[in-house]
Each structure stands twice: as C-alpha cells, then as structure tokens.
Design a protein around this ligand. Structure first.
Ligand code: SF4
Ligand code: SF4
Length: 373
C-alpha cells in the first residue's frame, strides 16, 4: 500500500480524475438539513464545515468551526440505495398482434465511485455482497454495479454518540480493502489528507494527482486522530461485548423486554430502510387497463410490515412484538448462523432515525439484565 499526502485544496482533482475515468461520482452532500449520499460534481458539493449531532431519534447538522470536509460521521442514507436501488423494474411484457413479448431490463449503468465510505459502511457493503452475490440467487444488477465500484474510504476521526463500530469490530479504522483511503488532517501544518492507495485502480486514478510523500509524523497524526474516534466510543454508553449476543438473544425469546419495546415501536420500518445491511424486498406486478402492458417491479420491503410475512391464511408475525423481535434477533443472531457474521455494523442509523427513540443497544442491555438463561 502506497501512502502519500493530498492537499485539501487538491481534493477536487481526485473527483475530476474519477469523472474523467467515466465514473458516476457519489458522495456526501448537505440536503434538507442532513448529510446524504448523492451525485457530486466537485469538491464544493461536499458538506465542508459541518458536523452531525446524533442521538436517539435525533439528528442535527451544526457548524464545525473548521473547514473539514468529512467532519460528519455517517450520512442519513446508506450506500445500498446505489448498489441495490429501492425500486427497480425487472421486466415488462407487451401484447402485440395477439402475442406476448417479454422485455428484460438492462443491467448496464455507468461505473460508480463512492467518496466518503466509512469503515462500518465498507463492512455493510461486504455483508450485502454475501446475500446479493454469494447467496443462492445472485442479483445480476447488483453484481455488475459492485464489480465496477471504486471506493474512496475515509477513516473516522470523530464518532457520533450513536456510533458503536468498536463493539461490532467494524471500525473506526478502515481495514477492508478500498481503492483509496483518506484520513483528513488539519493542524498548524495545513489542511491535507493522508492518502493510502490500496489497488491498481487506485494507482491509476491518483497517477496524475499532485501528491507529496507522507512523513512519519503525518502517519502518526492520522493514527492519533482515528484513536480519538475509537476512544470516544469506548468511553460512551453504547460500548458492549458483542461476543455473547447470539446465545443471549436465542435464549431470551420470551423476555419481557420484547413486550416493553413493542409498547413504543410504531412498526414504521424506518430502522430497516436506514440500515445499510437490510436487504429484504418484495415483488409487485402491475398492469394497465387495456391488459396489453404489464410490469414486474422489485422494491425494498421490511420485516416490520404486516404483509411481509403474509402466507396462506395471514401474517406469520401479526404483532409489533413479533416483528421487532424478528428484526433484532435476525440481525444480531440469525445472520451469524446464515452468513457467518452479524448483520449489524454499529453505524447507529437505526437509533438516530427511529421516531420513537428506540435504541438497539439499550434493547440488548434490557434483555441482558433480564437474562433467563
Ligand atoms: S442495526 Fe442499526 S446500528 Fe446496526 S447496522 Fe443496522 S442501522 Fe446500523
Ligand atoms: S424500532 Fe423505531 S424505526 Fe424501527 S419500526 Fe419501530 S418505531 Fe420504526
């Protein structure tokens, strides 16, 4: 891995280099008082000078008091919407001259470049790979987008109050492979990025950039900044030992904590839509009034929806208690059996974006306190 320094003033050159190579560049932007991932054209689109404040059912953007580009933590929406769109048409069928003609959808799309992927988010993308590529039914569109994906990851140098990647062993330092990894440095020596190049594609994109050699001091400073984020989480209330969760949850399926959380949960599905690893979808067929045109669409679904578990005769999970328990036990325990790893990366989105202020780490604690095993 090559390590260099990119001046903050030259960050836009990286974006333009990606665009010149044919990538659709997606990164953080400020929209409707939140940081979200969306198309970006230049470095001026980035949320420079803003930090996020996140807590249970709470999200605010505040002036950072400095010029950092990546002072916020994770955006409101996850990257999954670009790799696995919320709605996509699978095929159309038209009747012509009395015959039905099926028209498949093309999976072709410009290659994507993500700028600002955090360590927990890289883990989330790898988790979705397990399901959507390596699973029994490969999603070809996802596989194509993933194959051509270029990632510019960013090491976190501060943690939101809702972050708990240290507990889930998914951050804050980027350990999984990324084409490029940035650590933002801002001190008396200037505003710059420690840039680690991890792949050949990364070398090609950075070949024309005005890079400078990184010093040992730059590398040490980057590590100390990442450690700040780590220490913030370790000192916070959401730090826990995740090694026993699988047995804890499966041993407490009748815990009164499920009843208590069901009193508050609205079954609104916000948590699943915000979660970077949730992947469930439904398929819908539509037709026009002539009966000559029909379409099949795939759209995100959620285990919080009553119809999600509808089988012959009705819904299998017909209470909020059953749905919340399904979501949490599947995410934190069932996934380990199915995919060999937890489905939670500790990003905290389900905590911030729950309108009832339900906190998955508090729910774990409540179950642990009443542990019946
Ligand atoms: S369950 Fe919550 S904290 Fe865990 S990955 Fe999903 S949104 Fe993030
Ligand atoms: S836990 Fe919160 S976000 Fe999730 S369904 Fe219940 S109320 Fe909605």
């Amino acid at each position: 891995m090559r390590t260099s320094i990119l001046a903050a003033a030259d960050l836009d050159e990286l974006i333009q280099s990606l665009k010149a190579a044919g990538y659709q560049v997606i990164g953080p932007v400020r929209d409707d008082a939140a940081v979200v991932y969306d198309d970006i054209n230049s470095a001026t689109d980035l949320p420079r000078g803003w930090v996020d404040e996140q807590e249970k059912g709470h999200y605010r953007l505040l002036p950072a008091g400095d010029d950092r580009y990546f002072g916020y933590t994770v955006a409101a929406n996850a990257w999954k919407r670009f790799l696995n769109p919320p709605r996509k048409r699978l095929w159309r069928v038209v009747r012509q001259d009395g015959k039905l003609q099926f028209i498949p959808e093309s999976d072709s799309a410009p290659p994507l470049a993500f700028i600002g992927v955090r360590s927990c988010e890289l883990h989330a993308i790898h988790i979705q790979d397990r399901v959507l590529i390596d699973g029994a039914h490969c999603d070809e569109g996802y596989r194509q987008r993933r194959r051509h994906l270029f990632t510019v990851a960013v090491n976190c140098t501060r943690a939101a109050a809702t972050c708990f990647c240290t507990s889930m062993h998914t951050g804050p330092r980027v350990e999984l492979q990324s084409d490029l990894v940035l650590t933002e440095l801002l001190d008396e020596h200037g505003h710059r990025f420690l840039l680690e190049t991890g792949t050949d594609a990364g070398h090609r994109i950075t070949a024309s950039l005005p890079l400078m050699p990184a010093t040992d001091d730059d590398t040490a400073l980057a590590e100390s900044r990442i450690n700040i984020a780590r220490e913030q989480m370790l000192a916070g209330p959401r730090q826990f030992d995740s090694s026993g969760i699988h047995n804890l949850l499966f041993s407490n399926m009748e815990s009164p904590a499920w009843d208590a959380v069901a009193e508050r949960c609205l079954s609104c599905a916000n948590c699943t839509l915000a979660c970077p690893t949730c992947f469930c979808f439904a398929v819908e067929d539509t037709t026009d009034l002539t009966g000559d045109h029909a379409e099949r669409w795939q759209r995100w679904d959620s285990c919080f929806n009553g119809a999600f578990s509808h089988v012959h005769g009705g819904s299998v999970r017909n209470s909020t208690r059953a749905r919340y328990r399904q979501w949490m036990t599947h995410k934190l325990a069932g996934w380990v059996d199915q995919f060999g790893q937890s489905g939670c990366v500790g990003c905290g989105r389900c905590i911030s974006w729950c309108p009832a202020g339900i906190d998955i780490t508090e729910q774990l604690q409540a179950i642990a306190e009443g542990d019946a095993s």
